[in-house]
Design a protein around this ligand. Sequence first.
Ligand code: TXA
Ligand code: MG
Length: 320
Amino acid sequence: MVMKTERLAPDPAGLDRAADLLRQGRLVAFPTETVYGLGADARNAEAVAAIYAAKGRPSFNPLIVHCADLDQAADLVEMTETARTLAKKFWPGPMTLVLPLRPTAGIAPLVKAGLPTLAVRVPAKEVAQELIARTGCPIAAPSANRSGRISPTRADHVLTSLNGRIDAVLDGGACDVGLESTILAPVPEGTRLLRPGGLTDEDIAAVLGQPVLPAPNASTPTAPGQLSSHYAPAGTVRLNATEPRDGETLLGFGRVEGDLTLSNRGDLIEAAARLFESLQELDRRGADKIAIAPIPDTGIGRAINDRLRRAAAPREDLSA
Ligand code: TXA
Ligand code: MG
């Protein structure tokens, strides 16, 4: 789909327009002090699905939610004492905290790709702060580049990669840090460094009074973007099913009618928006054998299929 991408100035009119678009469920790239983010209303499942479609991401990686301040972040996640200490010291700034999501937060499940935790951050760049304040909603934003390209630090970089695929870019000039935020997970054992970034280990250790813990390895379920980290339903999963076999619950798509459906009208963005909540709903219904209709392997369908293949893969023996 090709659309006209508006280039907005960081003045009151441009900020109002950007905020309006976001509230309508549209995609707006905006500058932070680290890199430009591709923003959408984090509570709007279809808007969040459209982020993945615009980026051409072949899988669902959990996204960072950008907040106005510590209070707004604390409405979304359970702030531990350590998290609060870090937040008071480094927010606004290039630090992201991964914390347990509050069930009442109203965040679309696709934002966190089915994980129980949510990544939150309060950006320091004034344009970003003004945009979040005007929008009045938490903004989910990955870096504003097509999948596999480098993170953009100027509006021109964003347009090179995403022109015609997003609604607008708010041009706030160059990003100062130019490197993505440091991602930390305060856990009972200490504070884990999930991604090095704009803040140094030494800065963090000085505040914590102890060294940061290394990221857990790939087999540990809290690592970012890793295979084992994502949500899998409790039941077994069979893919490319056009009808259910004995005892199976069918998740439909398009012409394949199921017990529930990802999208009646065969819309891949709607399907992506519903994916994680549908898998969770199957668990709630106690489905022990799940069959899933074929999903076209084009556009965001590739990310859906990537996720479904993981859900269908043989389970690791977690007791081993
Ligand atoms: O500086 C930044 O962080 C920029 C600006 C726009 O804020 N954003 C950014 O987003 O770099 P992105 O999507 O390119 O990278 C987000 C990283 C991913 O590696 C993802 O796996 C990790 O954050 N992440 C998000 N939620 C997570 C969670 N619940 N648990 C672990 N890792 C998470
Ligand atoms: Mg990125």
